[in-house]
Design a protein around this ligand. Sequence first.
Ligand code: LRH
Ligand code: MN
Ligand code: MN
Length: 390
Amino acid sequence: MSPTTRARVAAALRAQRIETASWAYANSGTRFKVFAQEGVPRDPYEKIADAAVVHRFTGVAPSVALHIPWDRVGDYADLARHAKELGVALGAINANVFQDDDFKLGSVTNPDPAVRRKAVAHLLECVDVMDATGSRDLKLWFSDGINYPGQDDVRARQDRLAEALRETYGRLGGDQRMLLEYKLFEPAFYATDVPDWGTAYAHCLQLGPRAQVVIDTGHHAPGTNIEFIVAVLLRAGKLGGFDFNSRFYADDDLMVGAADPFQLFRIMHEIVLADALRPEAGVAFMLDQCHNIEPKIPAVIRSVMNVQEATAKALLVDADALAAAQQAGDVLAANAVLMDAYHTDVRPVLAELRADAGLDPDPVGAYARSGYFEKIRAERVGGRQAGWGA
Ligand code: LRH
Ligand code: MN
Ligand code: MN
């Protein structure tokens, strides 16, 4: 690697920001079993403390997303102060209209107007939270959908969705944004109201410039070309961010880069091509993962490092050589440029970069040696489950 390339790659990696999720630090599982772990946070304050530890060892994870009501507290400004004291900020506010009996037949798309009001009230409450925490992004995921053909009117549900989004969008202030997340299926099995990027995009387009699509990498049919979606949304100026995780089957929420590091590289290649890595470009790189059987903090650290490695490889793609091969119609040469970058071992560069920044080159090892786990294991008794933090 030439010194110029190294300097360019280093500068981009230094500027990169990855947001972790509060719920990743809490106990989680499948619908069959939640395995409790030792030292798990008992409240949102402790989740933020764990996120701050991830930032301390990686240097690139300075914010943590909240999920309301899992992270409900009496005083959000106080929670933001707590985060600041620990060297992190509160990030995206994730709304939750999927865990209330009233939402059995849908939240914002429910045929009953009273239920829809309740759902919208929660979305508006989330914007109040953002005002108090200083968060920029409201992240919306709707579990709304139907299990059986004929169960409800699909078009009417789209109308109800549009109305709820419009009201919430109208409540945004300053530089606040709405990020609309899609998911192919689950918990609805026959038809989901926001099942794909096209539906999310159509709604965001109607709403206006502050509404953008968020791509959760685990929310597609197997074989979906996610980097194509990234490219199309970037081109349209409608990519608001990512919920990064890995999947082997459905919405597995495993560590990002664990199942398919090549896919993560291809995604980051599109980001680099569009110069969208810079925080000012407005693409939020968030982790949305659950660590059911592995220790949580080191798993989040590992995930942050996986994103960094994929990014470093994407930054190593020789853009001039790639463009020349593409222009010449040289299929094999163009593909080789990409694969050369992908096969480069970037771990030494990242280790050097950390050392330059005064960090331990080995964040997972440094965390293990820090004694933090021993401390929280002794202090925290009765850690909470992610979905029961309210
Ligand atoms: C839905 C989802 C969404 C939720 C999170 C907990 O599957 O990806 O982002 O907020 O999981
Ligand atoms: Mn998600
Ligand atoms: Mn998900």
